[in-house]
Design a protein. Structure first.
Length: 178
Protein backbone atom coordinates (compact mmCIF):
# COMPACT_ATOMS: atom_id res chain seq x y z
CA UNK A 1 0.00 0.00 0.00
CA UNK A 2 1.11 3.51 -0.74
CA UNK A 3 2.81 4.92 2.38
CA UNK A 4 0.96 8.20 1.92
CA UNK A 5 -2.49 6.64 1.71
CA UNK A 6 -5.10 8.24 3.89
CA UNK A 7 -6.48 5.72 6.37
CA UNK A 8 -10.10 5.16 7.25
CA UNK A 9 -10.32 2.93 10.31
CA UNK A 10 -13.33 0.87 11.34
CA UNK A 11 -13.61 -1.32 14.44
CA UNK A 12 -15.99 -4.27 14.27
CA UNK A 13 -16.65 -7.32 16.43
CA UNK A 14 -16.97 -9.47 13.32
CA UNK A 15 -16.71 -8.99 9.58
CA UNK A 16 -20.43 -9.58 8.97
CA UNK A 17 -21.16 -6.20 10.62
CA UNK A 18 -19.66 -4.50 7.57
CA UNK A 19 -22.32 -5.90 5.26
CA UNK A 20 -26.10 -5.71 5.07
CA UNK A 21 -27.24 -8.99 6.59
CA UNK A 22 -30.63 -8.79 4.85
CA UNK A 23 -29.03 -8.70 1.39
CA UNK A 24 -29.32 -12.18 -0.16
CA UNK A 25 -26.70 -11.43 -2.84
CA UNK A 26 -23.47 -13.39 -3.08
CA UNK A 27 -20.67 -12.00 -0.92
CA UNK A 28 -19.00 -9.97 -3.71
CA UNK A 29 -22.32 -8.28 -4.60
CA UNK A 30 -23.54 -7.69 -1.07
CA UNK A 31 -24.35 -4.13 -0.02
CA UNK A 32 -22.48 -2.55 2.84
CA UNK A 33 -24.39 -1.96 6.03
CA UNK A 34 -25.93 1.55 5.85
CA UNK A 35 -24.21 2.68 9.06
CA UNK A 36 -20.85 1.30 7.92
CA UNK A 37 -21.19 3.01 4.54
CA UNK A 38 -22.13 6.32 6.12
CA UNK A 39 -19.18 6.09 8.52
CA UNK A 40 -16.70 5.32 5.71
CA UNK A 41 -18.04 7.99 3.36
CA UNK A 42 -18.14 10.67 6.07
CA UNK A 43 -14.59 9.87 7.16
CA UNK A 44 -13.42 10.02 3.53
CA UNK A 45 -15.11 13.42 3.08
CA UNK A 46 -12.98 14.81 5.90
CA UNK A 47 -9.73 13.63 4.32
CA UNK A 48 -7.81 15.63 1.70
CA UNK A 49 -9.27 15.20 -1.78
CA UNK A 50 -6.05 13.86 -3.27
CA UNK A 51 -4.10 10.68 -2.75
CA UNK A 52 -5.05 7.08 -2.20
CA UNK A 53 -7.38 5.81 0.48
CA UNK A 54 -7.01 2.70 2.61
CA UNK A 55 -9.74 1.10 4.69
CA UNK A 56 -8.37 -0.60 7.79
CA UNK A 57 -10.89 -2.91 9.45
CA UNK A 58 -10.02 -3.89 13.01
CA UNK A 59 -11.84 -7.12 13.87
CA UNK A 60 -12.58 -8.65 17.26
CA UNK A 61 -12.98 -12.17 15.84
CA UNK A 62 -11.26 -13.92 12.96
CA UNK A 63 -13.38 -14.34 9.82
CA UNK A 64 -13.31 -17.47 7.69
CA UNK A 65 -10.42 -17.35 5.21
CA UNK A 66 -12.71 -17.16 2.15
CA UNK A 67 -14.57 -14.15 3.61
CA UNK A 68 -11.37 -12.39 4.60
CA UNK A 69 -9.97 -12.91 1.11
CA UNK A 70 -12.98 -11.37 -0.66
CA UNK A 71 -13.49 -8.28 1.49
CA UNK A 72 -11.46 -5.87 -0.64
CA UNK A 73 -13.18 -6.96 -3.85
CA UNK A 74 -16.62 -6.73 -2.20
CA UNK A 75 -15.99 -3.22 -0.84
CA UNK A 76 -14.52 -1.98 -4.13
CA UNK A 77 -17.40 -3.53 -6.07
CA UNK A 78 -19.94 -1.84 -3.80
CA UNK A 79 -18.40 1.62 -4.18
CA UNK A 80 -17.96 1.13 -7.94
CA UNK A 81 -21.70 0.49 -8.21
CA UNK A 82 -22.46 3.53 -6.05
CA UNK A 83 -20.18 5.72 -8.24
CA UNK A 84 -21.95 4.48 -11.37
CA UNK A 85 -25.30 5.34 -9.77
CA UNK A 86 -24.05 8.86 -8.98
CA UNK A 87 -22.83 9.21 -12.57
CA UNK A 88 -26.30 8.29 -13.85
CA UNK A 89 -27.86 10.71 -11.35
CA UNK A 90 -25.61 13.50 -12.64
CA UNK A 91 -26.46 12.74 -16.28
CA UNK A 92 -30.18 12.72 -15.43
CA UNK A 93 -29.88 16.01 -13.52
CA UNK A 94 -28.09 17.71 -16.43
CA UNK A 95 -30.64 16.32 -18.89
CA UNK A 96 -33.43 17.71 -16.70
CA UNK A 97 -31.53 21.01 -16.58
CA UNK A 98 -31.30 21.21 -20.38
CA UNK A 99 -35.00 20.39 -20.75
CA UNK A 100 -35.91 22.93 -18.04
CA UNK A 101 -33.71 25.54 -19.73
CA UNK A 102 -35.50 25.09 -23.06
CA UNK A 103 -38.90 25.37 -21.39
CA UNK A 104 -37.77 28.36 -19.33
CA UNK A 105 -36.35 30.20 -22.34
CA UNK A 106 -39.49 29.56 -24.38
CA UNK A 107 -41.67 30.78 -21.52
CA UNK A 108 -39.44 33.84 -21.00
CA UNK A 109 -39.64 34.66 -24.72
CA UNK A 110 -43.41 34.21 -24.65
CA UNK A 111 -43.71 36.52 -21.63
CA UNK A 112 -41.58 39.22 -23.28
CA UNK A 113 -43.46 38.80 -26.57
CA UNK A 114 -46.81 39.10 -24.84
CA UNK A 115 -45.53 42.10 -22.91
CA UNK A 116 -44.48 43.82 -26.15
CA UNK A 117 -47.84 43.02 -27.75
CA UNK A 118 -49.64 44.53 -24.77
CA UNK A 119 -47.55 47.71 -25.05
CA UNK A 120 -48.49 48.06 -28.72
CA UNK A 121 -52.21 47.66 -28.20
CA UNK A 122 -52.71 49.39 -24.86
CA UNK A 123 -51.40 52.60 -23.37
CA UNK A 124 -53.40 52.30 -20.18
CA UNK A 125 -51.78 52.50 -16.76
CA UNK A 126 -52.61 48.87 -15.86
CA UNK A 127 -50.59 47.66 -18.87
CA UNK A 128 -47.34 48.66 -17.07
CA UNK A 129 -48.42 46.49 -14.15
CA UNK A 130 -49.15 43.53 -16.46
CA UNK A 131 -45.90 44.16 -18.38
CA UNK A 132 -43.83 44.04 -15.19
CA UNK A 133 -45.72 40.96 -13.99
CA UNK A 134 -45.03 39.14 -17.25
CA UNK A 135 -41.34 39.99 -17.09
CA UNK A 136 -41.09 38.77 -13.50
CA UNK A 137 -42.97 35.56 -14.32
CA UNK A 138 -40.64 34.92 -17.27
CA UNK A 139 -37.50 35.35 -15.16
CA UNK A 140 -38.92 33.26 -12.31
CA UNK A 141 -39.43 30.45 -14.84
CA UNK A 142 -35.64 30.50 -15.34
CA UNK A 143 -35.04 29.87 -11.63
CA UNK A 144 -34.92 26.06 -11.78
CA UNK A 145 -32.64 25.68 -14.83
CA UNK A 146 -30.24 28.25 -13.39
CA UNK A 147 -30.32 26.51 -10.02
CA UNK A 148 -29.43 23.20 -11.68
CA UNK A 149 -26.57 24.62 -13.76
CA UNK A 150 -25.17 26.92 -11.07
CA UNK A 151 -25.61 24.94 -7.86
CA UNK A 152 -27.16 21.46 -8.05
CA UNK A 153 -24.72 19.59 -10.28
CA UNK A 154 -21.44 20.07 -8.46
CA UNK A 155 -22.36 18.33 -5.14
CA UNK A 156 -23.46 15.28 -7.17
CA UNK A 157 -20.20 15.39 -9.13
CA UNK A 158 -18.17 15.70 -5.91
CA UNK A 159 -20.00 12.68 -4.46
CA UNK A 160 -19.27 10.75 -7.65
CA UNK A 161 -15.56 11.55 -7.43
CA UNK A 162 -15.47 10.56 -3.76
CA UNK A 163 -17.20 7.24 -4.50
CA UNK A 164 -14.73 6.61 -7.34
CA UNK A 165 -11.86 7.14 -4.88
CA UNK A 166 -13.51 4.76 -2.42
CA UNK A 167 -13.91 2.19 -5.21
CA UNK A 168 -10.13 2.22 -5.71
CA UNK A 169 -9.15 2.06 -2.04
CA UNK A 170 -7.34 -0.90 -0.67
CA UNK A 171 -8.85 -2.78 2.25
CA UNK A 172 -6.76 -4.28 5.01
CA UNK A 173 -8.02 -6.47 7.84
CA UNK A 174 -6.41 -6.20 11.25
CA UNK A 175 -7.10 -9.55 12.90
CA UNK A 176 -6.96 -10.34 16.61
CA UNK A 177 -3.98 -12.29 17.86
CA UNK A 178 -4.48 -16.01 17.53
Amino acid sequence: MNQRARKIEVRLRELSQLFNLMDPSPFIDRDLDADAEEFIVNWARELPHTGDLELVIHLGTRPTPDRAEGVEAAVQHYFTNRAEMKHRELRQLLRRGRFSLIIGLLFLAACFGLSEALQLFSRQRWSEFVDLGLQIAGWVAMWRPLEIFLYDWWPVRNDQHLLERLARMQVRLELPAA
